[in-house]
Design a protein around this ligand. Structure first.
Ligand code: ASP
Length: 411
């Protein structure tokens, strides 16, 4: 199951909305999480910032109506641009009524951007609208999200459908609207991914993934192809704003692979995986009790490898190719020390090969992983001399190993 979250700039313009449509058509995520409309060339203020202002005007007894009208107008205009028959008169009246009855809390008001975005995009994408208040449940006592209750509600939905839900907010069981902290639509995506054990959480934003430095400030900032949740969390804690810290924390022990991508670009983005073992080119991704190993390739390399004829299988996920090689390099000495393996030369050989720069000191960690793979493979080992990590699986387990990999990485 896939959750796709689109940030404020991604839902702000006709171009980006069309791009969202393309992505949703191609990936068919079960959940599309949307933020409130963010900044664009035409508008320099985010809808959520305006909503905060409305709340402060309201509590100061000042006139908030023109600003509220401007919010509704922005949604009406986008609906027109997207060529959909939808206006937000009803929602406008609803909000006004709530304010006039003194029932509009701060969290209710500032969450209306996400609510309106979800309505708009559900219609635009021909998908079903979900009001997050009915699915993202908060504890009334401590104001934290209640994963168990949210997951119960979310599990009642049909995973073959496409649902559009506003990020950033939910409600207590009594229906009182609650919000996460700023940037919290990322957390909504994480709650859904965690609650439903989603394989993939695609987080679409306006940068090409996570960088080692802020790319808006440093021209030499490098895009990081893969990160562990732990590292990504530490980076967020230190100020990296690409994905909300709490979303990363929530997924650290999950089975979800998070892909951070640019809505408008076709770069690889950054893959965040629940593991500590991330090396230069060889990625080890723990999912459930199993461990997957995959090697990421650029298109150019793929063409070269295809001609080398050693390729066993190519798996494509999110524009990234992961390859399994047929050829196997095993240090003779290793085989001599393991007579059992020599006897099983009829087994299918997988080689996850790269010009890996695994340092010897990491070999220990790989051995730990190899132990975890014990049940379905004969040998999964770092062979320092050849600088390869090798998996040897018996013929009968070939499909099992392959299926597991395909299941989680295939588009
Ligand atoms: N709209 C909210 C904010 O601006 C939440 C989000 O965008 O994720 O903070």
């Amino acid at each position: 199951m896939i959750v796709a979250k689109f940030g404020g700039t991604s839902v702000a313009t006709l171009d980006s909305a069309q791009q969202i449509k393309k992505i949703v058509k191609a990936k068919r995520p079960t959940f599309v999480v949307v933020s409130a409309i963010g900044k664009s060339l035409a508008h320099t203020i985010k809808i959520t910032d305006i909503l905060f202002k409305i709340y402060y005007l309201m509590t100061d007894g000042e006139d908030y109506v023109p600003l509220l009208k401007s919010v509704i107008e922005r949604y009406d205009n986008l609906a027109k641009e997207l060529n959909i028959k939808l206006d937000f008169n009803f929602e406008y009246a609803q909000i006004l009524q709530k304010i006039r009855k003194c029932q509009a809390t701060k969290e209710y008001i500032v969450s209306r951007g996400e609510f309106l975005s979800a309505k708009l995009f559900a219609k635009f994408l021909n998908a079903e609208f979900l009001d997050a208040k009915d699915y993202i449940i908060f504890n009334s006592k401590n104001g934290n999200v209640n994963l168990l209750l949210s997951s119960r509600r979310l599990k009642t939905l049909n995973k073959n459908k496409v649902y559009v839900i506003g990020g950033f907010y939910g409600a207590t069981l009594k229906g009182e609207i609650k919000t996460f902290s700023r940037g919290g639509s990322d957390i909504t995506g994480a709650v859904i991914a965690k609650a439903l054990n989603c394989e993939i959480y695609e987080n679409y934003t306006d940068v090409n993934g996570v960088y080692n430095k802020n790319p808006r400030l440093f021209s030499h900032a490098q895009n990081l192809p893969i990160l562990s949740y732990k590292t990504a969390y530490k980076m967020a804690d230190a100020g990296n704003e690409v994905v909300h810290k709490s979303a990363l924390g929530m997924l650290e022990n999950s089975q979800t692979m998070l892909v951070v991508k640019n809505t408008m670009g076709n770069g690889y983005g950054t893959v965040v995986v629940p593991t500590n073992y991330v090396f230069n080119d060889l990625y080890i991704c723990k999912n459930s009790a199993k461990v997957f190993l995959f090697y990421r390739l650029e298109d150019k390399e793929l063409a070269w490898l295809k001609s080398s004829g050693e390729l066993k299988q190519v798996i494509k996920h999110a524009d990234i190719f992961y390859v399994i090689f047929e050829q196997l390099y095993i240090d003779e000495k290793v085989l001599q020390q393991k007579p059992n393996y020599c006897a099983s030369f009829d087994c299918v050989k997988f080689m996850f090969f790269s010009n890996i720069k695994i340092e010897r000191k990491n070999a220990k960690k790989l051995n730990i992983i190899a132990k975890k793979l014990k049940k379905c493979v004969v040998l999964a080992e770092f062979l320092a001399k050849e600088n390869n990590f090798v998996i040897l699986a018996k013929e009968e387990n070939y499909n099992k190993v392959l299926n597991v990999i395909n299941k989680y990485l295939q588009n």
